[in-house]
Ligand binder design. Sequence first.
Ligand code: DNO
Length: 358
Amino acid sequence: MNMTWRWYGEGNDNITLDHIRQIPGVMGIVWSLHDKVAGEVWEMERIQEVADQITSKGFSTAVVESVNVHDDIKIGLPSRDQYIDIYIDTIRKLAKVGVKVICYNFMPVFDWTRTELYKELPDGSNALFYEKAAITDDPRQMVDRILKGAGKFTMPGWEPERLARLDELFAAYADVTEDKLFDNLKYFLERIIPVCEESDIKMAIHPDDPAWPIFGLPRIVRSRETIRRILDAVSSPYNGLTFCTGSLGSNPENDLPAMIREFHDRIHFAHIRNVKVFENGDFIEVSHRGKDGSVDVPEIVRAYHENGYQGYVRPDHGRHLWGEEKNCRPGYGLYDRALGVMYLLGVWDSLSQGKGVK
Ligand code: DNO
């Protein structure tokens, strides 16, 4: 497994590349041009500038998370072709700085959703929480609540500029059913995958988080069947997955190790983290340790290990510890993610004893 770390860029993250260098085993930085909105052109100079910062500290630039997909592509408007052309231009440029995997999502309107950013855990740390009953038909309430509770950093996909257009966005998705969204994803993939094959960049779709429809919007990456349908729709290995155990693990019906065993050769990026799911369906993000939550993290690592997984991995989210609350991006502090790296590598290394699996 090739361990990586998500970094939001200079001046946009409280964690520096020098901090990350001190976490054992991290080989690559997962990066993006975070100020770019979906559909905007990525200039080569900007790409090169961030890639140089990353490589100058000895890290690989192989994973970009995310190049966001414009809503017109998800909705299937005639203007989608022009946005797909821009996406293709970005893929070609990213290939020039050694990018091998692009993580993206196809969730309408929102990226991942939580109802509380700093819910206290029994040990006094705090973490992202999802309360089912707090998600009503009115997304505006949720948005106000999240923006009010936020510190100096936002959650990805919850940028205030974007949320200001909420009513307009909801109206635009009014006729988009699950099947229509799926067809629009297929259309997008059919256009970009040949370019990915030429450029040797693998697309890795991120599952919906939580793994069910919210606010009446369709969600199509949430279970074994829905994932199989997407991978079969365009059968190239360049059409692959970001397998996020926290997102898919929000629904206890998802048998995560079995899904890894089925999809491993199409998983290009693994987000490994734990969630504790309560009986009423609420869930909270907890430490990576298997025993602390509902996701059997050692079994997840074992499923990758037994398949000789060589792809990219990141510890994904962590709790906020030791004064991090509101001083780091929600879910993206330094300490718990660093503990997560060590836990994941610990399990991996113990499985590798004497077997020579890197
Ligand atoms: C959350 C992330 C997601 C992910 C996007 C990919 O922490 O995993 O925001 O980056 O869904 O486009």
